[in-house]
Design a protein around this ligand. Structure first.
Ligand code: ATP
Ligand code: MG
Ligand code: MG
Ligand code: MG
Length: 348
């Protein structure tokens, strides 16, 4: 009998639409001959309000690749009937409420295997301060950074100028101000002066309680895909180039604003170094199954800095993660098969 794969997508996150497109690509891959012999697909859609829905609605969202006109109704704790028939879940949810360990906790309690990182790896990989602590502990190279809670930014007018002084002293300009728990560059700003820093802190604080401030560097941006559980493998390295100030939301999602080079024309030694750091980053946060690791190469100094890990990276037909594996010799449908098998193995 075939393995019932529960494709869990959408989600209460700013990256809802990307998730739908990732899920549609995975659904397509499950229909290829080899996969169709092994797997049966059950799509389960999580509405923007958090309600789970299966059946025709989930199928049509996948087909249309756009959210339905009406929000989900019913109770948050009512799951569609087919959710009880799943052998292995494939959560392809990006950002908060899905990539962060919350859904992974629910699936763990359900005692059903699932693709990707568990609770710890997901939570560590979502929170930029937590991940950086783990990376530092593992001795991985990173830019100087500082963490701050939102109450320091909002609650007291005498604390705020002192905080800005501290940032100027410890980090300097330019710096990047980021909400700790987001993705797709949402809420991130680059600050080159005091007034910009103040605005950036206020902006980031509107998204998250936890804020990170990093030294801004001028570097080439490369990404490496990791696949596996305890002995993860690294893909070829890809590189991104763009003409905007940084790789912000608009550059990421506007057709033609960024170019991907796969593989990256990095010097051989750096290429290998990036692959090694990517694997170590994966292990440092206890990731499983898949991750995309974002790394900076500062050409002027020859230094490599680990930026971040994404435990549920974009998985559309044109996303970096599957394209990197394609270039490494694993086709999209084969990649989906491997991820499901890794999910099953991890839970045995
Ligand atoms: P993703 O969509 O990959 O999950 P994210 O929202 O988690 O992204 P980051 O990868 O941390 O955000 O940063 C987004 C972009 O901002 C980077 O790709 C890079 O262009 C720029 N950036 C971030 N940090 C720095 C830094 N310290 N120095 C220079 N540029 C930076
Ligand atoms: Mg990220
Ligand atoms: Mg992300
Ligand atoms: Mg990134």
């Amino acid at each position: 009998t075939k393995i019932q794969v529960g494709l869990l997508f959408g989600g209460r996150s700013g990256e809802h639409e990307v998730s739908i497109r990732s899920a549609a690509a995975i659904a397509q891959a499950l229909k290829t001959e080899d996969n169709a012999q092994k797997y049966d697909l059950t799509p389960v859609y999580i509405h923007k309000n958090g309600i789970w829905e299966g059946g025709e609605t989930a199928k049509s969202v996948l087909q249309q690749q756009t959210p339905p006109h009406s929000e989900g109704s019913g109770n948050l704790w009512d799951f569609p009937p087919e959710a009880t028939q799943i052998d292995v879940w494939f959560p392809i949810l990006h950002g908060p409420n899905g990539e962060d360990g919350t859904v992974q906790g629910l699936l763990t309690l359900m005692q059903v295997p699932f693709v990707g990182s568990g609770v710890l790896g997901s939570a560590m990989g979502m929170d930029k301060l937590a991940m950086k602590t783990a990376f530092a502990q593992a001795g991985l190279p990173q830019v100087t950074y500082k963490g701050v809670n939102r109450d320091k930014i909002w609650s007291s007018p005498c604390v705020f100028p002192k905080l800005c002084d501290e940032i100027e002293e410890e980090i300097g300009y330019p710096c990047f101000v980021k909400p700790a728990n987001l993705g797709s560059s949402v809420g991130i700003s680059k600050a080159k002066a005091r007034s910009e820093l103040e605005t950036a802190l206020d902006e980031a604080a509107s998204y998250d309680r936890r804020i990170i401030i990093e030294k801004g560097i001028t570097a080439r941006e490369v990404e490496c895909a990791v696949l596996g559980n305890d002995d993860p493998q690294a893909s070829v390295v890809g590189e991104i180039s763009y003409n905007t100030d940084f790789y912000d939301y608009e550059t990421k999602y506007t057709e033609g604003k960024a170019e991907l080079y796969i593989p990256s024309p990095l010097p051989d030694k750096i290429f290998k170094q990036v692959q090694e750091i990517a694997k170590q980053a994966f292990i440092a946060v206890d990731a499983a199954g898949l991750s995309r690791v974002d790394i900076f190469y500062e050409e002027a100094t020859g230094e490599v800095y680990l930026n971040e890990i994404n435990t549920l990276p974009g998985f559309t037909m044109t996303s970096m993660y599957p394209r990197l594996w394609e270039a490494t010799g694993i086709s999209f449908p084969e990649l989906v098969d491997r991820l499901i098998q890794l999910g099953i193995q991890r839970h045995q």
